[in-house]
Design a binder for this molecule. Structure first.
Ligand code: C5P
Length: 304
C-alpha cells in the first residue's frame, strides 16, 4: 500500500435546477428529465485520506445524513475501490452545510466530490468518462457534479449531460421551509397526478441562448413545484416573496422542499433574505458558481 502522505479536500457545492421538465415515467420506473443544472456556493466539504483497512466516515455539522452504510460518500468510496480492484483503506471527513431532502443535491454532490478526491489521492487512475460511469450508478444527480462545469443541461436520468459555458456569477438565496421532501415521494406525487401520462416538452431549449441570464429567466420553470407546493404551502409563498424582492429566477429547487432566487443585485438579495427569515424559513446567501471547485491536496496534518 502507498505511504499515507496526504489528504485531499474538495468542495461539494449544492445545485439548483434553473428549469426542470419531467417527461414520461419509463419502463425502468425512472422518469425522463430535461433540466438545466447550476451549481451554487452553498457547499459541503469532503476530505479523504488513507487510513486503516475499511471505510470510515466522520460527519460534522448539524445536518442528518442517515445511516453511514447508505451515505453516498461511503457508497462512492465502495464503488471507486471496486473499480480500482483494491480493498478500501480510507477515512472520509464530511462537513455538512447543505440541508438534506431539500432538492439541492447535497448527497449527490458529496458522492461526486468523494470520487474526485479519491481519484486525486490515487494519482488519477480514472478519466472523467470512467468517473461519470460510476456516478450514474450511485444516483441521478451525481454525474452533473463531475461534468467539469457549474452549468449543464441534462436529459434522461441525468446521465446524458451537456456542459455549458458558465453564466456570470449572480447573487442568490436559498431558503428551506423546515419540512423535508424525499425525491421518490415527489416523483410519485407527480406520477399520481398525471395518471402515468406523458408530458410533452412545452418548447425546445434554445441551447445557444443559455449564455445569458435573461434567456434563462424566460425559460425558468420546475414541474415538481405545483405538486410539492400543494403539500407545503410555504413554498409558493416563498417563491412569491423572492419575485417581489426582485429575483429574476424564483423557483423550488429540484424535487423540493427548498426554494431559491437569483438576483441582479446583492441589495435585492439581502431584502429577500430578511423577508424569508420573517416567514420562519432557514435562509442562506449563495452565489451561482463560475467554476468547478478545485481539488486541494495537502500534506497530512493540514486537513481542512
Ligand atoms: O437516482 P436516485 O437514487 O437519486 O433516485 C431516487 C428515486 O427517485 C428513484 O428510486 C425513483 O423512484 C425516483 N426517480 C425517478 N426518476 C428520475 C430520478 C429519480 O423516478 N429521473
Amino acid at each position: 500500500m502507498p505511504a499515507p502522505t496526504e489528504s485531499v479536500t474538495v468542495s461539494a457545492p449544492a445545485k439548483v435546477n434553473l428549469f426542470l421538465r419531467i417527461l414520461a415515467r419509463e419502463e425502468s420506473g425512472y422518469h425522463g428529465l430535461e433540466t438545466l443544472f447550476c451549481a451554487v456556493s452553498l457547499a459541503d466539504t469532503v476530505t479523504v485520506r488513507r487510513g486503516a483497512p475499511g471505510i470510515r466516515l466522520v460527519v460534522e455539522g448539524g445536518v442528518d445524513t442517515g445511516p453511514t452504510e447508505r451515505n453516498l460518500a461511503v457508497r462512492a468510496a465502495e464503488r471507486f475501490h471496486r473499480e480500482l480492484g483494491e480493498a478500501a483503506a480510507v477515512d472520509i471527513h464530511l462537513t455538512k452545510r447543505i440541508p438534506s431532502a431539500a432538492g439541492l443535491g447535497g448527497g449527490s454532490s458529496d458522492c461526486a466530490a468523494t470520487l474526485r478526491a479519491l481519484n486525486a489521492l490515487h494519482g488519477q487512475p480514472f478519466d472523467r468518462a470512467a468517473l461519470l460511469g460510476m456516478a450514474i450508478e450511485l444516483g441521478s444527480d451525481v454525474p452533473f457534479f463531475l461534468c467539469g462545469s457549474p452549468l449543464a443541461l441534462a436529459w434522461s436520468r441525468g446521465e446524458r449531460l451537456l456542459s455549458l459555458p458558465p453564466l456570470p456569477a449572480r447573487p442568490g438565496v436559498i431558503a428551506h421551509p423546515g419540512v423535508a421532501m424525499a425525491t421518490p415521494d415527489a416523483f410519485r406525487r407527480v406520477a399520481e397526478q398525471r395518471g402515468g401520462g406523458y408530458q410533452p416538452r412545452s418548447r425546445s431549449i434554445p441551447i445557444e441562448q443559455l449564455t445569458d441570464w435573461n434567456a434563462v429567466a424566460a425559460l425558468a420553470e420546475n414541474d415538481f413545484q405545483p405538486v410539492v407546493a400543494e403539500q407545503i404551502p410555504l413554498i409558493a409563498a416563498a417563491v412569491d416573496a423572492l419575485r417581489d424582492a426582485g429575483a429574476s429566477v424564483a423557483l423550488m429547487a429540484g424535487s423540493g422542499s427548498s426554494v431559491f432566487g437569483v438576483f441582479g443585485e446583492a441589495a435585492e438579495r439581502d431584502g429577500a433574505i430578511e423577508r424569508l427569515r420573517g416567514m420562519g424559513m432557514s435562509v442562506w446567501a449563495a452565489e451561482t458558481l463560475e467554476n468547478e471547485p478545485d481539488v486541494r491536496v495537502d500534506p497530512i496534518g493540514e486537513v481542512g
